[in-house]
Structure formats: C-alpha cells, structure tokens
Design a protein around this ligand. Structure first.
Ligand SMILES: C[S@@+](CC[C@H](N)C(=O)[O-])C[C@H]1O[C@@H](n2cnc3c(N)ncnc32)[C@H](O)[C@@H]1O
Length: 345
C-alpha cells in the first residue's frame, strides 16, 4: 500500500471515498478506471480506513464502485499532490501520443520525434519504449509498422484495461487503448449466460471482458498473431470458457445461426461486407454492435446498408443506440450503431 500517505494539516475540504484498508487498493484501481480519481490530491489513511480523493459523485460511479467494495462518500482535507513536470512543460507544446502497456506511440513523427521521446521518458513513469508509426493502419489485419525511437527495442508489451491484462504485439496485431471506454459500454450490456460472438476479436479486449462477466464467448480473428495473443490472454486472465477460432468471420459466424445475444463487428472499414453473416448469427432479439467510419455530415449513413442486408435475409432491425466513438480524421468519425434483430426469442 505504498500509494497511501498519512493525513497532516490540510488546506480545504474536497470529495472522497472512505473504504476499509483491506479493500483500498481494489477500490483505488476502480476509481482510476472510472476516470473519477482526483490525481491532484493525495490518498490518506489511518489504522482502519483508506481515503481516496474523487473528482465528482455520480450515480453510475456509485453503482459500479459499490460492486467492488462497500464505501462511504466523505469530505476531507486531502493534501495536494506535489507538482509533476509534464512533457508539455519540457517541450513547450503538447505532444500527441498513445500509451499501450509500457510503450508510447508518438503521432508526430518528423524531426521532433527524438525530443518528444526523451521528454516522455523523463516525465511519464512506466514508459520503457517509444515508437513512431511509419505506416497507416493497413491491410486485412489492420496492422502498422513502427520505427524505434527510444528505450527498449520492442513492440510487445502487456496492457491493463478494466482489471484485465493483455499481451499485445503492436506490430503483429491491432490494438488501441482508445477504445477502452467503448469496450466497457458494450460489456456493461452483457448478462451472465448470454452468448457473444466477437467477429473481429484481435487480442481479445471485448471478448475477454465480456467472458469475465459471465458471457459464453466465441472470438474469431483471421490474423494468426492476434489469435496467438488472444489465446495467451485468455490464460493470463483465467478465462477458461471461451471458444477462440482462427479464420474468416464471414464463414465461421455461420455455424452460430440464430444463437448470439450480442455480435461485435469491430472492423470499421469493411464491417458492411460481413453484415449478412452477423445478422444470421444474431438470435431474434439479439443486438449487433456495428462500427464504421463516416463523414461528420452523414454519421449514420450505414443504417441504409444495414436495413438492406436485413431485408436480404428476411429479417428486420431497429436501432438501439448510435454514437460517435472517437474522431478518426478531419471531418470523419468512428461511429457505432447498436441495432436489434427483431423478432421474438
Ligand atoms: C480493428 S481490429 C479490432 C480488434 C479488437 N476488436 C480490438 O478492439 O482491439 C479488426 C480485427 O479484425 C481482424 N479481421 C480482419 N478481417 C477479418 C476476417 N475476414 N475474419 C476475421 N477477422 C478479421 C483483423 O485481423 C483485426 O484483428
């Protein structure tokens, strides 16, 4: 519990959680994952309790955190954290980068790459390697090539997300931490015992999270490197009850006709080509989570394609949810359409 400091004289009261010491670390992690941990303040403790500083209180966090441990909301004079130098302060501008495990991937290549890398390694605890992409995300397997910029020479790391850990080979298989919130949104919809078909599973961040919540999961990917990591990740996270298949989702999905409560179609550039198989695999009442890239002035244009595919197989569909997942390029977004295959189950 070396995160914890004892409380001394403190300037002003702010919001926090009080939890028994034995549950402190688990609740701290969940608070961080929920995005509500107040990093500007120090954690406090006494003989019995740990006090975790929080940014705000809301019903969703209340519900999620109370599943982890019982706690009370409190107001306390949490001391301020000492200031830590940021990459921005060293560089004079804010570099754009993504961290997966202990690897930072910087976006602005060019002459500044080495300077950005040394600023990141100096200020961000836990970064051991800095790489820069030398290609777009490309090909059927959606992979990228990288140039080594600083630190250890590797593209393999272990990334933690929502309490699970993933072996990731950034050059061999697709992975981005930027979908973390979206993966949780989808996983939160699964109930124990439901059947989930993840058609484009990658190293398993949707599939394993949903399996951990008690779903029976079939996870497919065509890329052998992704499947190798996925198998390893199932073992690492003690997910024993999962079917992992290497091959083309278009064909493999057909073995699960009318079976899936949830079908995940996270292949945004070409998901439309797999709609027939996905619609066949969903059971009546099942929900398909469909991702695509769309222009900002016509975000949900794929809905027409979805309706036509449903018509082709004699099914009908209704939208359950639609939203922007993240910005993809200027005026283009990665969007999700959750839709239900209609009919009685
Ligand atoms: C955008 S990645 C998504 C990975 C994962 N869902 C995630 O969130 O990290 C798409 C994945 O689909 C796989 N893929 C592409 N075409 C496929 C196909 N025809 N059948 C099965 N998997 C395919 C790629 O290898 C890649 O791992």
């Amino acid at each position: 519990m070396d995160h914890f400091h004892s409380c001394r004289s403190m300037p002003d009261k702010s919001l926090g959680l009080r939890v028994e010491r034995k549950h402190g670390e688990r609740l701290r992690k969940s608070l961080v994952e929920s995005g509500l941990f107040d990093r500007s303040r120090k954690i406090c403790s006494d003989e019995t309790y740990v006090y975790l500083p929080a940014l705000e209180r809301n019903d969703e966090a209340d519900e999620a955190l109370s599943k982890v441990a019982s706690f009370q909301w409190i107001e306390l004079d949490f001391p301020a954290e000492e200031h830590q130098t940021t990459p921005e302060e060293l560089l004079g501008f804010r570099p754009s980068f993504e961290v997966v495990g202990d690897i930072a991937m910087i976006e602005d290549e060019g002459n500044d790459a080495e300077r950005i890398a040394s600023a990141l390694m100096a200020t961000c605890k836990g970064i051991r390697t800095v790489i820069a992409p030398i290609s777009d995300v490309e090909g059927e397997y959606r992979t990228r090539r990288f140039r080594h910029v600083a630190g250890d020479r590797r593209t393999v790391t272990v990334h933690r997300e929502h309490g699970l850990c993933y072996l990731v080979d950034l050059e061999g298989a697709y992975f981005t931490e930027r979908l973390g919130t979206e993966r949780k949104r989808v996983a939160d919809q699964t109930r124990p015992g439901q059947m989930v078909l993840d058609m484009f599973a990658g190293v398993g961040p949707f599939a394993l999270l949903m399996a951990k919540r008690g779903a029976r999961v079939v996870a497919i990917d065509k890329n052998p490197v992704a499947v190798k990591c996925l198998r390893e990740n199932a073992i690492r996270n003690k997910v024993l009850d999962i079917e992992i298949l290497e091959g083309d989702a278009r064909e493999l999905a057909l073995s699960y006709e009318n079976s899936a409560d949830h079908v995940i179609m996270n292949l945004p550039h070409s998901a439309s080509e797999f709609l027939d198989s996905a619609l066949r695999a969903a059971k009546p009442g099942g929900v398909i989570h469909y991702y695509c890239i769309a222009p900002e002035d016509d975000l949900y244009r794929d809905w027409k394609t979805i309706e036509s595919a449903a018509e082709r197989i004699g099914a009908s569909v209704e939208v359950v949810y639609q939203g922007i997942v993240r910005s993809y390029a200027p005026h283009r977004h990665n969007v999700v359409i959750d839709f239900r295959k209609k009919g009685s189950v």
